[in-house]
Design a protein around this ligand. Sequence first.
Ligand SMILES: [Mn+2]
Length: 331
Amino acid sequence: MVLDWSPLRKLIAECSDILVLTHMRPDGDAVGSCVALALLLQEMGCRVKIGLDGPCPANLQFLQPQDFISSVSELVVAEASGIVVVDTGTWNQVGTAAPILRTPGRKIVVIDHHRTQDDLGGDRILDVTAEAAAVLVARFYGAVERVPSPDAATALFVGLASDTGWFRHPNCVSTSFEMAARLMRAGANPSAIHEKLYSGESLARQRVKGHILSTMKVLADGRVGVFKVLQSDLARMGANAEEALGGMVDLPRQVAGVRVAVALYEHSDGGTRASLRSDGTVDVATICATHGGGGHRPAAGCTLSVSPDRAEEILMADLVSVLDQDARVTR
Ligand SMILES: [Mn+2]
C-alpha cells in the first residue's frame, strides 16, 4: 500500500518541537516505533519527546535513549506544537494523553496499522495491512531517504518482532523478513534483542504463567481457551499487573485445537480487561468492537464493566455464535 507521507513532512517542516505519543500499556511495537521515530525526527532537526502513559516497561528500557521518554503526567506539553500518535488511533487507547490531544492549536498526525480508528483531530497515515507500526516508521525512513542508526534499527526490530510474535503470527509476510534483514544490516542484533526482551523475567511472572497454565479452561468443543487473572491472584503471587501479564494471552493457543484464546484480567475497580487472539480465521476485532474495544482481525481487546466470570459468559456467547456460524459455512 502506497502511503502519502505529506502530513508528517508538513508537521516536521512547521513544528520544531514534537511530542510522540502511543497507546496505554505500551508494548514492543509502541515503544520501538516511538523511539525509532523520535531518533529520526531528531536527526531531521526537531526537538522530540516521547510521552508514555505510565512508566516504560522494564524489558523495553534498553531501547533508550531514556531522556526521550517521560510519562505523560511529567511532560511540559506547552512546548510541543506538533504531536505524532503512533500505533493507535482511538481515544480509549491514548489514556492520560487525551487532554494533550484535545488542546487546541496542535498539529496532529496519526501513524497506525489498527482497523479501529477515531478522529483524534489530525491527519491519519494508516495501513491496516502493515504487520506493525514499526513497519510504517521504517517506510518513513525510506521516504526521507535515511538509513536507521543501529539504535533505531534495534527499536524498529523490537516493534516488528513483537507484533509478529517473532515472525510466527498470521500477519507475518515475506516482506517482514526483508525488513528484518535490512534492520540487521543496519545494526539490529535479533539474538541480543530477544535476550533483553525475554530473559531476566521475574519470579512473579513465572508464577503468573504457572497460575494461568494450571487454571485455564478449554471450552466450546476445544475451540476456545480461556484464563482469568484476578486481583487476588496477583496479590498472592506478588505480581504487578503491567509486567506480569504481557504476552500471556498466547498461552492457550498452544493447546491443540484451540482457535481463539481469551485472557480476562480483573481491574482494581472490578471491571475486566479482555484480550483475544485467534488463529486468523476468527475476526476477534469485530467481537471486541461490539464491546467498545478493537484491534486487528487476529488480535484485539476490550474492557467490560463486569466481573471476569460475567465477561467470560458474554464473550463465550459471542465466540460460540461466530464459531458455529463458521462451522456451518465450511461444512
Ligand atoms: Mn502495533
